[in-house]
Design a protein around this ligand. Structure first.
Ligand SMILES: Nc1nc2c(c(CN[C@H]3C=C[C@H](O)[C@@H]3O)cn2[C@@H]2O[C@H](COP(=O)(O)O)[C@@H](O)[C@H]2O)c(=O)[nH]1
Length: 365
């Protein structure tokens, strides 16, 4: 028996006898987001899942995704998303997902923060992408980590101009966005040679590993809360960064991950609205009326935890129902989520009535 086997034998004995369950260094990385979401779902009293509507929604969503041949290709088909599969696209996606939060406004549509680009007016998430693309067209290196920490070149005034609005309302949380850029620029310089590609390579092809690396290296990606005295992780912008890279590169090159299906739905404020519209999730009377009164729900409030956690679990339930319909369906939480976000925007544009999304102001989503 070689020395190596004796060690394993001994370790197995100690583990069995003393319940030693120290982290197994060879275990694949896990984010714990889905596990935490199930815990929230199991203990939620103000948000519920309706399995009948979930089964009906699975049929409708699956059918529509098949009809549209919805795949990672849809990502680059959006007119503002980059199509080149190169490092510049990686840097743009990182910058986007560093700042991909809190665009909601209670101003009239004509008065809310709006970016004009390519002769169109963009609001919400698209206002961010438009502002970044416009800056690049104006020769401002807004996707370069070295630029973010260059006090001379990247002044607050330069950034104010990057995010200039066509209306009287400026981009929500401008100061926090500047802080995210500066902090990420310093961390990237200190730990990743100011290179986002180096950061991605640090995860060695694991999507969950990259999510955990972002959450542990950058405080502004460490999106977590407490529910029933238990720490719960959502990691929404860390996960959507991995998903955007995976989709933009169609699972190749920088977007090649061996565990991409470990990524969950991104707990934002738009997709829960779509899940409610489909009847998949429903709210208790006090929470329902709070939403319809468009009142702010504080960051970290139990209602916010329940909406975010149950939405993640709802998309997982949808995914499982779709696989029951078609076991070989090429579908994961990312594609279902992307589809539901796009569908929500289509329905919003068509003026279809929906329950107001929840109003929590934070840098997490
Ligand atoms: N769960 C989820 N949340 C998403 C997106 C996206 C955009 N993803 C693009 C990439 C691929 C897809 O096909 C989309 O074209 C933005 N958001 C979040 O929504 C909020 C903005 O909402 P509104 O103000 O209405 O634009 C804000 O929290 C933002 O972080 C998504 O896909 N999933």
């Amino acid at each position: 028996m070689s020395d190596d086997e004796v060690d394993h034998e001994l370790v197995a004995l100690l583990r069995a006898k003393f319940g030693m369950n120290g982290p197994d260094p060879n275990a694949p990385p896990e984010t714990k987001v889905l596990e935490n979401a199930e815990f929230i779902y199991d203990n939620s009293t103000d948000v519920a899942l309706d399995m009948r509507y979930t089964k009906l929604a699975a049929i409708a969503v699956h059918e529509e995704m098949q009809k549209r041949e919805y795949s990672t290709k849809a990502w680059a088909e959006h007119e503002l998303h980059p199509t080149a599969k190169d490092e510049a696209t990686v840097n743009l996606i990182f910058t986007m997902d560093l700042l991909n939060f809190s665009f909601w406004s209670d101003k009239e549509e004509s008065e809310r923060f709006t970016v004009e680009y390519k002769d169109k007016k963009w609001t919400g998430y698209w206002s961010l992408v438009a502002a970044l693309q416009r800056a690049l067209d104006e020769e401002i290196p807004i996707t370069s980590p070295e630029f973010w920490i260059d006090e001379e070149k990247c002044t607050d005034e330069v950034l104010k101009n990057v995010f200039r609005s066509e209306t009287g309302e400026e981009i929500p949380m401008f100061e926090q966005r500047v802080q995210c850029l500066r902090e990420a620029g310093m961390i990237l310089e200190d730990e990743f040679d100011s290179s986002i590609v180096t950061l991605i390579q640090g995860a060695k092809g694991s999507a969950a590993g990259l999510v955990n690396l972002l959450a542990s290296s950058f405080p502004c990606f460490n999106d977590a809360g407490t529910f029933e005295r238990k720490k719960v992780r959502f990691l929404k912008r860390a996960q959507i960064f991995v998903a955007d890279v995976w989709a933009a590169f169609e699972g190749e090159s920088y977007g090649a991950f061996n565990d991409i299906d470990k990524i969950t739905m991104f707990a934002d404020y738009r997709v829960p609205q779509m899940l409610h519209m489909l009847g998949v999730i429903s709210y208790s009377p006090p929470l329902d009326s709070k939403l319809r009164r468009k009142e702010v729900i504080d960051c970290g409030h139990s209602w916010e935890m329940q909406i975010r956690g149950c939405s993640i679990w709802a998309v997982e339930s949808l995914r499982r129902e779709i696989l029951k319909l078609q076991p070989d369906a090429k579908v994961n939480a990312i594609l279902i989520d992307f589809f539901l976000y796009d569908l929500a925007k289509e329905k919003e544009k068509a003026g279809e009535e929906a329950i107001p999304h929840h109003r929590t102001r934070s840098i997490w989503y």
